[in-house]
Write a protein that binds this ligand. Structure first.
Ligand code: HEC
Length: 146
């Protein structure tokens, strides 16, 4: 059961993000900075699922925290007028910046839940929270990414 769930999570995540590499070719300035941070978050979530597979509480905490830290500052990387060049950011971000911040806050809350569940070594809660993290990535992309 546990293995099956993790497998489906990992497959879901890799399908979601395959093809994202090199998407940021030619980006500059703040757009490049946020793309690099999104790429890092993609590595972090993959490393998080690998850590879950190994029941490695320390690493689960590290990657969960790294994602939460990124969620906290993410809206700062979307200043008005930064929808330029090769950016895949949708105009909807600035039409509904509160909604965008809310989506980042959901991502942050889910990531913090991962860290908290890791403190309790509660693998079921960790998997549920990690799955919410994955959903929060997808849900924000659906709304706010081209
Ligand atoms: C609150 C909204 C939001 C959340 C949450 C979010 N993303 Fe994104 N993501 C975006 C937007 C907007 C872009 C497009 C940025 C741009 O091109 O300027 C993006 C771009 C990306 C990219 C492409 C980067 C590139 O080099 O072009 C990857 C990879 C990515 N996100 C992965 C993730 C992962 C993994 C998660 C969850 C752990 C996540 N994102 C959560 C909004 C979000």
């Amino acid at each position: 059961m546990k293995k099956k769930l993790i497998l489906s999570l990992v497959i879901g995540i890799s399908i979601l993000y395959s093809g994202a590499s090199f998407a940021h070719k030619g980006a500059t300035g703040i757009v490049k900075e946020r793309m690099d941070l999104f790429s890092k978050s993609e590595k972090d979530i993959k490393a998080l699922f690998a850590a879950i597979k190994n029941s490695d509480m320390e690493k689960i905490s590290i990657y969960g925290q790294s994602l939460a830290d990124w969620a906290e500052v993410m809206p700062d990387y979307f200043p008005e007028g930064s929808n330029v060049g090769v950016s895949d950011a949708s105009d909807k971000i600035w039409e509904d910046f509160d909604g965008f911040k809310q989506a980042a806050a959901e991502f942050q809350a889910a990531s913090i839940s991962v860290v908290e569940a890791a403190k309790l070594s509660n693998i079921e809660a960790i998997m549920a929270a990690a799955s919410s993290v994955g959903k929060s990535c997808k849900s924000c992309h659906t709304k706010f990414k081209k």
